[in-house]
Design a protein around this ligand. Sequence first.
Ligand code: CP
Length: 328
Amino acid sequence: MNHFVSVADVPDIPALVSRALAYKNDPYQDVTLGERRRIGMLFLNPSMRTRLSTQVAAQQLGMEAVVFNVGSEGWALEFEEEAIMSGNTVEHVKDAAPIMGKYFDILCIRTFPSLKNREDDYSELYINQFIKYAGIPIVSLESATLHPLQSFTDIITITEQLALQGKLDTATGKPARKPKIVLTWAPHVKPLPQCVANSFAQWVNAWGEADFVITHPEDYELEPSFTKGATITHDQDEALKDADFVYVKNWSTFNDYGKIYVNDPEWMLTNEKLALTNNAKVMHCLPVRRNVELSDEILDGPNSIVTTQAGNRVWAAQAVLSELIRRK
Ligand code: CP
């Protein structure tokens, strides 16, 4: 693994899941692995879980983590090649990224999409420019179209739950029976990126160990290259039938880019809808708008595993950082 910006960077998902769960079992087993190494964490956008879990993970590997909130404390970076920088941008990534490469061993970046220009967002220009110019491994802390640390965490969490339920073949680390996993759209008050949904679909498909269903209102189709292989339906009740895991997430429209077409509260998961499932565990990446995106009764009920899921962010980050350290 040279970088960690999508599932394509991971040659063996079950092996990386095993490493993450081994860290959960014994967090300090590699506490000298990252000694005298440093990660830089650049936040062009806010974060709570990603920032804190990655810092904790680095510390547990003996690494120092330096955080720079570029979005609020830095000046605007330019990412376009051959730009005439007479506008608001102060420094070109071509100049900034190689300097980061001198300061750090691994560079982690969070950069959200604009949701204004689909072509620009889906080109992943920002993260690709850091890969091009930094000269060190790049870790996505959520980019314009993907959130790989979150999705890796989600596969870890599903694997862990299957093991707790006695449904994992311990010899192979794979489910004895493919669980039914449903990604369901949920309402929200503002347009959100498609990153988490794209990335979750990409990882579940690459993992290949699920009966995978995506449900959303009409006109909320995701980019097909991420969802290929999943069953897609606009009938949420039909999708929820016999589900073992329900992943709840809002996203804005992809085709007429970055819009909210509907905000129908009927799409919010409730205990009545949960009754259609196979006593499914409910997941969400957080932060969540209570009683808009997900009901109190679900979030505070016995089927919600959102806190466990968020806790597992540490082990995902630790497994990825350890892989990048070992490969250096
Ligand atoms: N799920 C997630 O990425 O959380 P933060 O935005 O708080 O980092």
